[in-house]
Design a protein around this ligand. Structure first.
Ligand SMILES: [Zn+2]
Ligand SMILES: [Zn+2]
Length: 270
């Protein structure tokens, strides 16, 4: 009578060498992984200290990596915003070219809705026909109200009020601006203005540098209430009348909003 010896753990020894047609994975050459009959010599494990050192090293590497990834993402958002604003600028300039040099109307200068009587049409929709996809570029990726502004048909980019007929003097015609490289067309709109105020499609920049505000030291506060001066790593983008974009640090804007006053002040076209 023939008795076959079996391993207790029920794991079979390795099968015969694979044939050319066998595609299944091979069992380890040492056979049973659990029973003493064929176990390879056991390997020493990590000590607690070694484990803690490895965890500490991984933690340090992750700690170094996360800020690098975050700053790369912030840089990408900043570039996207500048690109958006550049396309907005092309839209505004093309609009002006086809409207006898007039800038688009703001919600304060356009005709109100004939039914509701409200001024609801932001200027961005006047220039939309001159932009490939206005919804793709009207929101800054670092705007904390991006989703709400997108849904409310508003924009993160707000027109310089000096370009509207509200201003005195008004720069509502392209020909009134002689230094296009120094004249701002649009700013980044501050979150302080909310997302559903249709009048926030432009800023009352002509009120920023009044004598009263200068005397009370309130100029910068007035600007920062309307413009997101620190949106991108304590700086923001500014669209100029020649179509170029500048990134200006918040401190620089604060400096321009304090004595000695620059003439003309930075937001006023020239
Ligand atoms: Zn207005
Ligand atoms: Zn932006």
């Amino acid at each position: 009578m023939h008795v076959q010896l079996r391993c207790d753990c029920d794991i079979r020894p390795p099968p015969p060498a694979a044939t050319m047609t066998t595609l299944r994975p091979q069992a380890p050459a040492s056979g049973c992984l659990r029973c003493p009959c064929s176990l390879p010599p056991s390997r020493p494990g990590f000590t607690l200290v070694e484990l803690l050192v490895v965890i500490a090293i991984i933690g340090t590497l992750v700690g170094l990596l996360i800020p690098a990834v975050q700053s790369a993402r912030a840089a990408a958002r900043r570039i996207q915003c500048a690109s958006n604003m550049r396309q907005v600028g092309i839209g505004i300039l093309n609009f002006a070219d086809t409207h006898q040099g007039r800038w688009p109307d703001t919600t304060h200068t356009v005709e109100p809705d004939p039914v509701t009587g409200e001024f609801t049409r932001a200027w961005i929709y006047s220039v939309a026909p001159f932009i490939e996809s206005v919804d793709a570029i009207r929101i800054c990726p670092d705007d904390k109200l991006a989703t709400q502004r997108l849904a409310a048909r508003m924009t993160s980019y707000t027109l310089n009020g000096w370009l509207s007929s509200e201003a005195r003097p008004s720069f509502d015609r392209m020909r009134t601006i002689t230094e296009k490289t120094k004249s701002i067309l649009a700013f980044e709109l501050s979150e302080k203005k909310g997302f559903d105020d249709p009048y926030a499609d432009h800023v009352h920049s002509f009120d920023w540098f009044t004598t009263t505000r200068k005397n009370r030291g309130l100029v910068f506060q007035g600007v920062a209430n309307e413009v997101a001066v620190g949106r991108h790593l304590r700086s923001a983008h500014y669209l100029y009348a020649d179509g170029h974009i500048e990134s200006i640090a918040e401190e620089e804007i604060a400096r321009l909003c304090a004595p000695p006053w620059q003439e003309p002040e930075f937001s006023r076209p020239r």
